[in-house]
Design a protein around this ligand. Structure first.
Ligand code: MN
Length: 352
């Protein structure tokens, strides 16, 4: 194995942090097998994990092995691709596909396991707190335990929970806990829920190729338009995949939100204190996970401010050894590269 020279530490005065990296404890896969073999498993879950867990394709086996490793294999792949530090989170859909009692108890054990890996490799790994939105009060307690007792940073929520969205005020004590513990919520994709997935599934577009982005962009917008950031103005969230296309939508979102509110078309769309794009800029960080595309990165930096956009690889779903070397060649200033690869992740996730 060789390390690409452009990523060698001596060549730069900043490190490369990857902010959306996934893991799966083997116990979680056992729970997943039970769900997949049980009655009426969620169609998106069957499409995603049902495939990766059963397929013998090279890609599926690489992903399943990568997800379960929090040691030498992962570190070797990080070295190969020039990633100095990974911020790791429970892979989608995490505990959100489980029954409530299993989800609450397994979130705790997954967080304990991740915290242990972070203690073994404190300069290479950071970890996010997994929570079970199925029990918002337990989720709020786990946010506090994960941040204050386990030394984790950030909260991972894999988009909808069995078709329910965090825009519903019943979930808002999770936002309250994140704000109180000064830690961001990473709104990571999930496959579209059963109520939405059919037209995606029939053409194979339900996963990371597109369905993820549509569903998660919708979820983030629902959180904005429900007034979550008027209620929790200090709350910070993180979106992967170049913001699930929302920066590109900003102008039309602002125009149509104002027009819709003015015309009183929906009881569910009430006035906000600010424009949707204002919340996007001031309450969200965006990572490049899986979208290592210079024009998209530069546009998003222009739209959001360079202090809001950071690198992620999306390992092991995307593992491209020359990606960082290529992004080091982007036509952006050195200070903005330092922000992109290191400083913004340190700020967003309060890394020490
Ligand atoms: Mn991901």
């Amino acid at each position: 194995m060789t390390t690409p020279t452009p990523a060698a530490p001596a060549a730069r005065d900043y490190i490369h942090i990857a902010a959306e990296e996934a893991f799966a404890p083997s116990e979680m896969l056992r729970i997943y097998r039970r769900i997949l073999d049980g009655p009426n498993p969620d169609p998106g879950f069957v499409s995603l994990l049902g495939f990766y867990m059963r397929s013998q394709s090279e890609r599926a086996r690489f992903i399943m092995e990568g997800l379960q490793d929090l040691g030498e294999r992962r570190l070797r792949h990080m070295d190969e691709s020039g990633i100095d530090r990974a911020i790791i989170a429970l892979t989608a859909p995490g505990v959100q596909v489980m029954d409530t009692a299993t989800a609450v108890s397994f979130a705790r054990s997954a967080n304990d396991e991740l915290a242990e890996a972070v203690r073994r490799h404190p300069t290479r790994f950071s970890g996010m707190v997994a929570v079970a939105p199925q029990d918002p009060a337990a989720a709020a307690r786990e946010v506090e335990r994960g941040i204050t007792r386990l030394g984790l940073t950030g909260v991972i929520i894999n988009s909808h929970t069995q078709g329910e969205y965090l825009s519903d005020p019943k979930f808002w004590e999770i936002f309250e806990a994140a704000e109180a513990n000064d830690t961001p919520i990473y709104l990571h994709p999930n496959t579209p829920p059963a109520s939405m997935i059919a037209p995606f599934l029939e053409c194979g577009l339900d996963g990371a190729i597109y369905g993820f982005g549509v569903e998660t962009g919708l979820h983030a917008l629902r959180i904005i338009t429900a007034g979550v950031f008027d209620r929790f103005p200090r709350l910070q969230m993180v979106l992967g995949h170049m913001g699930e296309a929302l920066p590109f939508w900003a102008y039309r979102l602002d125009y149509m939100h104002a027009a819709t509110v003015r015309s009183q078309r929906y009881a569910s769309m009430q006035p906000l204190r600010r424009k949707p794009s204002d919340y996007l800029r001031e309450n969200f960080y965006i990572t490049s996970s899986g979208m290592a595309h210079e024009p998209a990165i530069r546009f998003t930096q222009e739209m959001m401010g360079a202090e809001r956009v950071m690198y992620a690889a999306d390992y092991p779903y995307q593992h491209t050894v020359d990606e960082i070397a290529r992004l080091e060649g982007m036509d952006i200033g050195r200070e903005d590269k330092r922000r992109f690869f290191q400083a913004n992740a340190e700020t967003a996730f309060r890394l020490k």
